[in-house]
Design a protein around this ligand. Structure first.
Ligand SMILES: [Zn+2]
Length: 461
């Protein structure tokens, strides 16, 4: 306990009252359990009872909050701790809807929030109710300690993230833009990876790949199955897919991924560390290409981070067992790097597949691409400073997620947003997200609340 107080005082520069982290962690865990027990599986979400409960909880500490119902049963919450207004607000976002569960595959009740073996078990414990619970606790601590802030700290608990965010972040941007306006925001999407009981690195998501669904449509002449035709479109589609599978898109690093891979080189064992170094430096192009191939074989996420990616996901075609179809198609779920245009990618794809009978069909999205968040902002630097105190030796690296998050919407709306769930997670913890037996270490909750509180003080104090 003495050590904790010293740490808190050192971090806070002896300013506001030191926090009793043990009590704060216990309270955060209790909050998390309550959040998990609200069954907010999306669809239908039904988040309104949850956000209404949070509003009441915050009111106990005199914190102003509004529970909003953007559609029947759906719920968002906006809460605010006021600063002196000398700097623009800091926004913290956490979604409170969760994905469904596979019946009969859990070893505990997924909505009971069981605490055992050093974990809180339950759907949403990691994604993203843990972050919500930490943020709620931070607001309470700020209010109770009457911390003087230069910026308002805004908390937005949002619905509908798992089904596209139409009623959540999108709705808030369209209907409550001024209430969530901020100089920058913190959201899920980045992580503190834990190995051997310690934070290994902090990946701060500042960019993301953009999803596009392209289709390959193969056309031919229909006929009787008893008379094979060389122009059977199924054969043409199969050849096209085979070429896609054997010709990965070229490696293209950007500022974020270059810094990410170079940071990873510091923490990974040999020879992998050297591969990452060769890839990120790019000094020797032949070596970098060899390294990219070796890394791609071992880590499919890294493979996707270094190039535009393609996953065939749905095959459609054929009407009867004895009829050669005239048209078959496959959906390609593609994730393009920031700055890449889908029309250029489609042109590249057409050259790769070399099949005149196969057309690459795509749509140009209506909304412009979201910009990446700059890595020289006050928030990014504050994350680095807190990490130096709380996770010494663990590098802070910018991170580009292969999947999309609500942050893209916020960035497009002019709020540079960074992804970082402040609780350290092992690869095992991560593998359970959206899977069975999702669970969050209670020690990570303790770390998370402390990290987030210090981050707020650094950036807004
Ligand atoms: Zn999530």
């Amino acid at each position: 306990m003495i050590l904790e107080l010293i740490l808190a005082t050192a971090l806070l520069g002896g300013d506001p009252e030191p926090v009793d982290w043990r009590t704060a962690a216990t309270e955060t865990i209790e909050t998390l359990k309550r959040l998990v027990r609200f069954k907010t599986v999306n669809p239908p979400g039904s988040e309104f009872p949850l956000v209404s409960w949070v509003k009441e909880e915050l009111a106990k500490d005199g914190i102003e909050a509004e529970a909003i119902q953007p559609a029947e049963g759906r719920g968002n919450l906006i809460a605010r701790i006021r600063g002196d207004g000398s700097k623009r607000p800091f926004l913290i976002v956490a979604h409170v809807d969760v994905v469904g569960i596979e019946e009969g595959k859990w070893t505990v009740d997924p909505f009971e929030a069981v605490e055992k073996d050093g974990f809180i078990w339950g759907r949403g414990a990691v994604d993203d109710k843990g972050m919500a619970a930490c943020a709620i606790e931070v607001l309470r601590l700020l209010a109770r300690n009457k911390v003087k802030l230069k910026r308002d700290v805004i908390l937005a608990l949002t619905c509908d993230e798992e089904s596209g965010g139409q009623y959540g972040v999108k709705w808030l941007i369209e209907n409550r833009r001024e209430q969530i306006d901020a100089e920058f925001g913190l959201n899920e999407g980045g992580k503190i990876i834990q190995r051997n009981g310690r934070p290994l690195y902090l990946g701060v998501q500042n960019a993301e790949k953009r999803p596009h669904n392209l289709r390959l449509v193969a056309r031919g002449i229909s006929g009787h199955g008893s008379v094979p035709r060389p122009d059977n479109p199924i054969l043409a589609l199969a050849r096209a897919l085979n070429r896609i599978g054997t010709n990965p898109a070229p490696v293209m690093l950007n500022e974020t991924t270059r810094k990410f891979f170079s940071g990873m080189a510091e923490v990974e064992d040999e020879p992998y560390g050297s591969f990452l170094k060769a890839l990120s430096s790019g000094a020797d192009p032949a070596l970098a290409a060899h390294a990219a191939a070796a890394i791609s074989e071992r880590d499919y996420t890294f493979a996707s981070m270094m190039r535009n990616s393609i996953s065939p996901t749905i095959l459609k075609g054929g009407i009867r067992t004895n009829v050669i179809p005239s048209e078959v198609e496959v959906n390609l779920n593609c994730r393009l790097l920031p700055g890449e245009k889908v029309e250029d990618f489609a042109r590249w794809l057409t050259e790769v597949i070399q099949e005149p009978a196969v057309e690459v069909v795509y749509e140009i999205p209506e909304e412009p691409e979201a910009p990446s968040s700059p890595i020289d902002s006050d928030l990014f630097r504050a994350i680095e400073a807190v990490a130096e105190e709380m996770a010494p030796g663990a590098p802070v690296v910018p991170y580009m997620s292969t999947g999309g998050t609500d942050s893209a919407r916020l960035r497009r709306a002019g709020i540079p947003t960074y992804g970082l769930v402040p609780m350290p997670l092992t690869l095992d913890d991560l593998s359970r997200m959206h899977g069975n037996d999702e669970r969050l270490q209670t020690d990570s909750v303790r770390f998370g609340i402390e990290f987030l509180y210090h981050l707020v003080l650094k950036v807004a104090g």
